[in-house]
Each structure stands twice: as C-alpha cells, then as structure tokens.
Design a protein around this ligand. Structure first.
Ligand SMILES: Nc1ncnc2c1ncn2[C@@H]1O[C@H](COP(=O)(O)OP(=O)(O)OP(=O)(O)O)[C@@H](O)[C@H]1O
Ligand SMILES: [Mg+2]
Length: 259
C-alpha cells in the first residue's frame, strides 16, 4: 500500500537564479493498493516525473509525507523501482546477465541466479533471447528486459515514467498487458506516468490528472469496469471518448471544467 499525504514540493532556489523557487507540486494526496495500477497524466512540466522521484525516495517532500507499506519513505529502496523511458540495460551484458546482476545484488547464489533470471525472462516472454545482447534486440524487447530486470529486484512498487512512448501500438499493447497481469498476479503497485490518454485509461484502476504547474490533482477518474479489453479498440468506446473530452476540457480551461 502506497499513500501520499498532502505532498508539497519545491526544488531548492538556484543561487544565482531568478528569485524564489516556486511550488512544483501542491497538496497531492493519493493512495494505491497492492495489485493496483495508477495512471498520472498532466501537461508537460506539471511535476509528474518529480512526483515519481518523490515516491522513489530520490527526493524528499517539502511538506507532507509518503508512506509505503505503512512506513515513511525517507530515501531510495529496492522495494520501489523507477523505470525511465531509456531504462539503460548494460550493453556489455546479455539479457539474462542484466537480470542476474540484480539477483547478485540481492545475494542469490550463482546457480539460483541463473534459474530465477530465466523465470523473469519467461514472464516477459523473452526466454528465447536470454543470450542476446541489448543491441541485438528491438527497442520493445529491450524495454521488456528492463521490466524483467526491475521485477527481479522484487519491488513492491513499480514507477514507470513514460516507458512506452517509443513503441508502436502492437508492441505497446503486448508489454502493457504483460505488466497488468504481472502486477495483479504478483500484487505489485504500478504507477504509470504518461502523455497517452489511451494508455492511461486502459491500464488505470484510477487516473489522476494534474494541473499545469504547480501540479495539483485537478480530477480523478475511475475508468469503468466495462471498458474494452483491448487497447486497440479503446478509441471507439463511449467511456473513453467521455474521458478524453473531460481531460481536454481541464487542459484548455481548468476553471470552467471544475464548475
Ligand atoms: N532538478 C531540478 N531543479 C529545478 N527544477 C526542476 C528540476 N527538475 C524539474 N524541475 C522543474 O520542475 C517542474 C516539473 O518538472 P517535471 O520534470 O517533474 O515535469 P513533468 O510533468 O515530468 O514534465 P514532462 O511531461 O515534460 O516530462 C518544471 O518546471 C521543471 O522545470
Ligand atoms: Mg517527465
């Protein structure tokens, strides 16, 4: 269980900067249970990546607190993994070695490492490519290895910062569906930051829309249980179209949309 309680954040003022630092995030409260997939959307610069850094523990809130499994987040931990768009596999290690590296850090013996690494590769259906180097894999495959490697750290919380933006729809759907299944089977909490409304709606148990800086929660959406199974057919669904309309109303005129 992850919970953010009235989070405020500002970056420290630059020494020779242009005056006082301003709030990047204001009064953000949200919760995410094990097995839940949360999407965060909002205009560029509204503080989405900053919010993920706060949850990961790389940054500390200026006010408010973040609790993960009931304990306050005071710094980075292996139980919360942040995946960026370019998730950076080690290019000199094969797919399986990239995963074994994480298992070694967890203190697993050599034999066990190999076996477990293969299991994580199976989860993202890339066991046939265990001995390939990243350069020999497509971008989408590399992204799946990145996800397998993140899972190998056995985190409770996976934080994804626009990880699918360079993928075509088919590759994206495959990864997203794998992640959704893994998250619910393994009881992980996944927080996805994205600019893509289809993605946000498709995966999200809840979708939070942030306002243009300072980032506040402008609206929360609960994509209905009746949404289509396939990301590909989302565009035609009336639930999605209504969601899209509300989001664009908030983006163009937040004050009017709130009335
Ligand atoms: N290290 C930093 N020091 C000072 N200000 C920063 C720093 N990182 C980000 N900012 C500022 O904080 C605000 C939020 O940035 P952030 O990267 O969190 O936005 P974002 O919502 O992820 O944007 P995008 O959608 O473009 O990725 C921006 O105004 C940015 O200029
Ligand atoms: Mg960002």
């Amino acid at each position: 269980m992850l919970s953010l309680e009235n989070i405020y954040f500002k970056y420290p003022a630059r020494r020779r900067g242009n005056g006082d630092a301003h709030w990047v995030l204001e009064d953000i409260s949200l919760t995410a249970a094990a097995g839940e997939f949360i999407s965060i959307i909002g205009p560029s610069g509204c503080g989405k990546s900053t919010l993920l850094s706060l949850i990961s523990g790389l940054l500390r809130p200026s006010r408010g607190r973040i609790l993960a499994q009931g304990r306050e987040v005071l710094g980075p931990s292996r139980s919360r993994v942040l995946i960026f768009q370019g998730h950076l596999l080690f290019p000199w290690k094969t797919a399986i070695q990239n995963i074994e590296f994480v298992l070694k850090a967890r203190g697993l013996s050599q034999g066990l490492r190999r076996r477990q690494a293969l299991e994580y590769l199976q989860r993202v259906r890339l066991e046939a490519h265990a001995d390939a180097y990243p350069r020999e894999l497509s971008g989408g495959m590399q992204q799946r290895i990145g996800i397998a490697r993140a899972l190998a750290a056995e985190p409770d919380i996976l934080l994804l910062d626009e990880p699918f933006s360079s993928l075509d729809l088919v590759a994206k759907c495959a990864i997203i569906d794998e992640l959704k299944a893994i998250a619910s089977q393994m009881g992980k909490t996944v927080i996805l930051v994205t600019h893509n409304l289809e993605e946000a709606f498709h995966v999200g148990h809840r979708v939070y829309l942030l306002t243009k800086g300072p980032g506040r929660i402008a609206a929360t959406f609960d994509p209905s249980a009746t949404k289509p199974d396939q990301l590909q057919s989302l565009g035609a669904s009336s639930e999605f179209q209504a969601f899209q309309k509300k989001v664009s109303a908030f983006m163009t005129d937040p004050a009017a949309a709130q009335r």
